[in-house]
Design a protein around this ligand. Structure first.
Ligand SMILES: [Zn+2]
Length: 183
């Protein structure tokens, strides 16, 4: 998984348990966990949510990874055909404004590649929680493709074009791409 993916999913953990990792911890965690795919990490975390009452330790995450065989872990179903919406990952990343600041969230695609985690349906009462991963349908996202929209690209290019820290040579490249896009 990439550092960006790691940060995003760890943020979910932090929010869920109401406890933050410091930067050093985050670095150590990432170095130790980056060998996992994001799907695997997500699966391990979903298991942690079911079992841990408190923020897990790094060793608990690694133990969980060792305990759960890969074959069982993959909830990914055989789905035929290519899914434009999630790019065959089963997940869709979207941005939501919270108090004016954009935050990235993950949601489950409706193509059926991934089962969503739902803490409300857990049998054991002490592990039950209100935490669940919504499907795109529940959020009302109208996703055609999990690629940035033309407007998103346009907006970020505009931002870069006007950035003061960007070297002129790179701005030139952006300007050229920008013109191509508008055509
Ligand atoms: Zn999909």
């Amino acid at each position: 998984m990439t550092n960006k993916e790691f940060v995003q999913y760890t943020q979910e953990l932090e929010n869920f348990y109401g406890q933050k990792l410091n930067d050093t911890e985050k670095n150590v965690w990432y170095e130790s966990l980056k060998f996992m795919t994001i799907e695997r990490f997500n699966y391990i975390i979903a298991e942690i949510y079911k079992i841990n009452k408190f923020m897990p330790k790094l060793s608990e995450i690694i133990d969980m990874h060792k305990q759960i065989p890969y074959t069982q872990a993959t909830q990914q179903k055989e789905v035929k055909g290519h899914c434009e919406k999630c790019g065959d990952t089963g997940y869709i990343i979207y941005t939501k404004l919270v108090e004016g600041k954009p935050y990235q969230y993950a949601t489950v695609c409706d193509c059926g590649r991934q089962n969503r985690y739902d803490g409300r349906t857990i049998q054991d009462e002490k592990h039950r929680s209100d935490f669940y991963v919504p499907t795109i349908d529940e959020i009302g996202l109208d996703v055609k493709s999990n690629k940035p929209t033309k407007k998103q690209v346009y907006d970020s290019m505009t931002k870069l074009k006007n950035s003061e820290i960007m070297p002129e040579s790179i701005k030139d490249i952006i300007r050229r791409e920008f013109i191509k896009m508008k055509e």
